[in-house]
Write a protein that binds this ligand. Structure first.
Ligand code: ZN
Ligand code: ZN
Length: 244
């Protein structure tokens, strides 16, 4: 299995990084985790074929995680995609997707796709299987707008990937990421504790209990990006590939 960071930036393009989007591939799986506003150009820059993606998991409805979908869906329509596509995310995803489609491309939400598109609302702590991918969402804490907010534990081909999504520290990250082969965690600030986001120092306090086999930091603000050379952990960069 491999995961490529298509984008690992925050909402504001800090460090010139693209919005959040991870591409996971294995022998029988090909899916994205999040699809931020800049994700379609970021996929194309890496020569990743959007047509081959079977599943897109969405953590929450902030634009840097969700707003790439209208571009991707319209591109699929014009590229005459035939492969079915599943988009799964928090409760309310069907209506939020329609709203963002309409806001960005008027009438686009009324277009019937040439391909089979399923939009699936997930329930926290209920595992759903999509082909060879088992997905368990966990509720996380990220403010008053753009939710519900989900972290994911994704199991496929004998491997487990966990992604914290955007969140302040919450105990649900422990079962979500415990022992995962790869844990991708937000590290927005180094040691500053704020609402709605995770700092590296807070994450470190809980790492022993989570005990992931690998940790990669993502969604870093300028505060973290300025420390990149000094961190004791692997930090994501756009285009980086992790094999696990
Ligand atoms: Zn974000
Ligand atoms: Zn967010």
């Amino acid at each position: 299995m491999q995961l490529q960071f298509v984008g690992c930036g925050d909402a504001f393009g800090s460090g010139g990084r693209f919005n959040t989007c991870f591409h996971v591939t294995g022998e029988r799986v090909n899916f994205l985790i999040d699809c931020g506003a800049s994700s379609l150009p970021a996929l194309k820059r890496l020569d990743i074929a959007p047509d081959a993606i079977d599943l897109i998991l969405i953590t929450h409805f902030h634009g840097d995680h969700f707003a790439g979908l209208p571009f991707l869906l319209l591109d699929a329509q014009f590229a005459r995609r035939t492969r079915p596509l599943v988009i799964a995310g928090p409760q309310g995803i069907e209506s939020r997707l329609m709203q963002v489609m309409e806001a960005l491309f008027e009438n686009s939400s009324k277009t019937k796709q040439r391909f089979d598109l399923s939009v699936v609302a997930l329930t926290p702590e209920e595992t759903r299987s999509f082909g060879a991918v088992d997905v368990t969402p966990f509720p996380v804490v990220h403010g008053d707008s753009g939710g519900p907010f989900l972290a994911y534990r994704v199991e496929a081909e004998g491997r487990a990937i966990a992604y914290s999504a955007d969140t302040e520290w919450t105990e649900t990250l422990i079962p979500a990421a415990r022992g995962a082969d790869l844990f991708i965690a937000e590290a927005y600030y180094y040691d500053k504790v704020v609402k709605n986001h995770l700092s590296l120092k807070t994450l470190e306090k809980n790492l022993a209990e989570i005990n992931p086999k690998r940790l990669v930091l993502t969604h870093m603000s300028n505060d973290m990006l300025a420390r990149l050379g000094t961190l004791a952990h692997t930090a994501a960069s756009d285009g980086m590939i992790v094999e696990f």
